[in-house]
Design a protein around this ligand. Structure first.
Ligand code: ZN
Length: 91
């Protein structure tokens, strides 16, 4: 997979660190219970289709990038600096 960094251009995905989905998780209240905390810490969606993921250009310019991609076709639809996206991103 090739990711286009807005600063460095197209690069191999091995130059990047995958953080996860580019959405803020809603943290449970302190006394929410074991099940809520287990879901918060361990459970993530694994959708088939278009997703937005957060990647860090670890071997490049150290930018955080929101990558929009299709998990079925592996097509990358967009790469945007995380700082240029709305507040949905949590780094
Ligand atoms: Zn870069």
């Amino acid at each position: 997979m090739r990711i286009t960094c807005p600063f460095c251009g197209e690069r191999d995905r091995r130059e990047f660190y995958y953080q996860g989905a580019a959405v803020a998780l809603e943290r449970p209240v302190a006394d929410a219970g074991e099940e809520a905390w287990d879901a918060y810490v361990h459970l993530r969606d694994n959708p088939a289709g278009v997703t937005k993921d957060l990647w860090y250009h670890e071997s490049g310019c150290s930018s955080w990038i929101v990558v929009t991609r299709n998990t079925v076709t592996h097509e990358i639809l967009d790469c945007t600096l995380a700082c240029d996206t709305k507040s949905e991103v949590s780094i």
